[in-house]
Design a protein around this ligand. Structure first.
Ligand code: PAD
Ligand code: ZN
Ligand code: ZN
Length: 374
């Protein structure tokens, strides 16, 4: 029996407040309104950004359904939707691409005005499509994929190759593309260059994969957890260091290690201190540093402007600089044609109801990416 046009009751991981545990609840998912798409989620990865509403690092309305790195199948569409149809395999886009705003129109922009950067938690008409125990439940980053069904706007969904394995390509919805794009698109790492990557989680390892693909000859991984080093080396790091092993500032350590030749640095932790460390670690005259880690909400940072005056370039990117709706289908095709490997990033595969265990693995530093199967 078709579910189109009707509310669907299904399981979702609901967060009722800051520092509360995920609670698997029965939720009601309303049918998509005009311009919206209801998706049956098949697989969803756990990204550090999903923890930010839990820890309070990111402002969100509660109750909320987080999750933003997923793959699924279109269940039904609202009036006027033309770019996807029921049965299409898709990736929800936490960074939408409306195609009309100034970022979307400019070839170098990607931060679409439709992105929910302030944590509004509602769709364009100001309401939510989820209810639980009679209360509205808010959306997260236009996606809310920790649910068997979700509703997104047409600008927040990309059709992908039907042959793509959802339990792998879900990573293209965030972590992989964010890191890989930061290297190949935002920094535009050049062949033969030296790169340093601060933070060796799923996103940092994807930066390393991007640096390698761009032909960097030296890629130095930096993390406080040395258990991350083997994996970093297997995806392309040429060496790894732990700042705790040195008394000198890390920029001096890197400068000595490389005869002062670090062309590109990437902050993939999300801490103010490492943002400055990464900036100071790239070459004073020709270096480029990219902020990839999500900055903590409402925190300011002070730095010596001499770091920029001398010639460094300081950049940031959301979703690796990709235009989501255009570029995700291409990245999925590149994965299918084996241009990169996602298996290295997936350390755990768990059933959806083990979402809490998935986060425990992230907190203990034991996982790179855990993928939840619905
Ligand atoms: P993760 O928690 O799996 O990895 C972070 C790594 O940083 C861990 O290995 C830590 O041990 C390491 N670390 C912690 N403190 C330090 C330190 N002081 N020095 C060096 N290493 C340290 O996270 P992730 O890889 O899923 O995400 C990384 C960041 O990227 C995080 O802030 C997340 O919110 C952000 C992100 N941004 C975007 C975007 O579009 N810009 C997308 C996805 C994720
Ligand atoms: Zn993410
Ligand atoms: Zn736009």
């Amino acid at each position: 029996m078709s579910t189109a046009g009707k509310a669907i009751k299904c399981k979702a991981a609901v967060l009722w407040g800051v520092k509360q545990p995920f609670s698997i609840e029965e939720v009601e998912v309303a049918p998509p309104k005009a311009g919206e798409v209801r998706i049956k989620i098949l697989a969803t990865g756990i990204c550090r950004t999903d923890d930010h509403p839990v820890s309070g690092a990111m402002t969100t309305k509660f109750p909320v359904i987080v999750g933003h790195e997923a793959a699924g199948i279109v269940e039904s569409i609202g009036e006027g939707v033309t770019t996807v149809k029921p049965g299409d395999k898709v990736i929800p886009l936490f960074l939408p691409q409306c195609g009309k705003c100034s970022s979307c129109i400019n070839p170098n922009g990607n931060l679409c005005v439709k992105a929910d950067v302030t944590g509004k938690g509602v769709l364009s008409d100001g309401t939510t499509r989820f209810t639980c125990k009679g209360k509205p439940v808010y959306h997260f980053m236009n996606t809310s994929t920790f649910s068997e069904y979700t509703v997104v706007e047409e600008s927040s969904v990309a059709k992908i190759d039907a042959a793509a394995p959802p339990e792998k390509v879900c990573l293209i919805g965030c972590g992989f593309s964010t890191g890989y794009g930061a290297a190949v698109k935002t920094a535009q790492v050049t062949p033969g260059s030296t790169c340093a990557v601060f933070g060796l989680g799923g996103v940092g390892l994807s930066v390393i994969m991007g640096c390698k693909a761009a032909g960097a000859s030296r890629i130095i991984g930096i993390d406080l957890n040395k258990d991350k080093f083997d994996k970093a080396k297997s995806v392309g790091a040429t060496e790894c260091i732990n700042p705790k092993d040195y008394t000198k500032p890390i920029n001096e350590v890197l400068s000595e290690m490389t005869n002062n030749s670090v062309g590109y640095t990437f902050e993939v932790v999300g801490r103010l201190e490492t943002m400055i460390d990464a900036l100071a670690s790239c070459h004073m005259s020709y270096g480029t540093s990219v902020v990839v880690g999500a900055p903590p909400s409402s925190k300011m940072l002070t730095y010596d402007p001499m770091l920029l005056f001398t010639g460094r370039t300081w950049k940031g990117c959301v979703f690796g600089g990709w235009k989501s709706k255009d570029d995700i289908p291409k990245l999925v095709s590149d994965f299918i044609s084996k241009k990169f490997d996602l298996d290295q990033l997936i350390t755990h595969v768990l059933p959806f109801n083990k979402v809490k265990e998935g986060f425990e693995l992230l907190y203990k530093g034991e996982s790179i990416r855990s993928v939840l199967l619905m």
